[in-house]
Structures are given as structure tokens and as C-alpha cells.
Design a protein. Structure first.
Length: 162
């Protein structure tokens, strides 16, 4: 009888092409869920529920450890500022002419032998939320500050490595 190994939640590598510091310091990443809506058809007796026709992905959420220069935070902050052009149109133009508005990302899940097993490829990723970094002088230990970052993307694909 075949006894499969369980998926390990700690054996992963995550990369975002335009964010090398975020990729290096990523501590956790959640594979986003997906859903479709539904269509209700009213009848005199009961509603009939049918599947919807629009696929929705949840946000890609990652937690990133902060280095002392806050490089990961600054990379994402500059991307968000460029996308939202809060002060002038050049911010958006510089982003568009530079690394672009979007980036691809990948999550590599390793097998029990620590070899690449599954690749999840995210297309047209962009940041939606950059969480806070907590500073607390009351701490007796020196914990590594962590920041949560959320991204939207157009789609993701899952491929089993051969």
C-alpha cells in the first residue's frame, strides 16, 4: 500500500522578480484561496443555485522579516507610491519606465527530500497593502520585526515538477 508523505509547510522558497530583498527575507507565505460566485434563479417554490462565471482569487499574503535598513519595506513602499502617484504623474511614469507596473512571482514547494516538487507561478503581481512595523522599547528580548505585505495578481498556475 502506498503511503504518501505529507506536505511540509516549512520547505518552501518564494521569489518576486522585482523585489529581491522581499524574496530573501520572506518568512511565511500563504497560498491564496479562490472562489466563484453563484447565480440564484428564483422560482415560486425555492431558489435554484447555479455556479457563477467569475473566478476570484484571495490576496497573496506574506510576512517578511525586516533587515536593519528596512530594504524590503522600502522596496514595496516605493512600488505602492509609484502606482498611486500621490504627488505627481512622474512617480507613475518612473515606475512604468523602470521595472514596470507588475511583476511575476513563484512559490517553490519542496518534497520530503528537499527537492523542488511543486511550482506555483503568480502572474502580474502588484502590492495592495504594506503592514506596519512595530517598535516597542519595553521588549526585553530583541525580536526580529516582521511586516505583512498583501498582493493582488491576475492568476496563478500550479505545476508538479517532473
Amino acid at each position: 500500500m502506498l503511503k504518501p508523505n505529507y506536505l511540509s509547510p516549512v520547505e518552501t522558497r518564494f521569489t518576486i522578480k522585482r523585489l529581491p530583498n522581499v524574496s530573501f527575507f520572506t518568512q511565511s507565505v500563504s497560498l491564496p484561496g479562490l472562489s466563484i460566485g453563484e447565480t440564484n434563479i428564483p422560482t415560486p417554490f425555492k431558489n435554484i443555485h447555479l455556479h457563477g462565471d467569475k473566478l476570484e482569487y484571495d490576496m497573496l499574503n506574506i510576512q517578511v522579516a525586516m533587515d536593519e535598513n528596512m530594504n524590503s519595506f522600502i522596496e514595496v513602499k516605493n512600488w505602492i507610491v509609484g502606482l498611486s502617484k500621490p504627488n505627481n504623474f512622474e512617480q507613475y511614469a518612473n515606475l512604468s519606465a523602470g521595472d514596470g507596473l507588475y511583476s511575476d512571482a513563484s512559490l517553490i514547494i519542496l518534497n520530503s527530500s528537499k527537492n523542488p516538487n511543486i511550482e506555483v507561478s503568480f502572474k502580474d503581481l502588484f502590492p495592495m497593502n504594506l503592514g506596519e512595523i512595530a517598535f516597542d522599547t519595553r521588549e526585553t528580548d530583541v525580536p526580529v520585526p516582521v511586516c505583512t505585505m498583501s498582493f493582488r495578481f491576475s492568476e496563478y498556475d500550479i505545476k508538479l515538477s517532473s
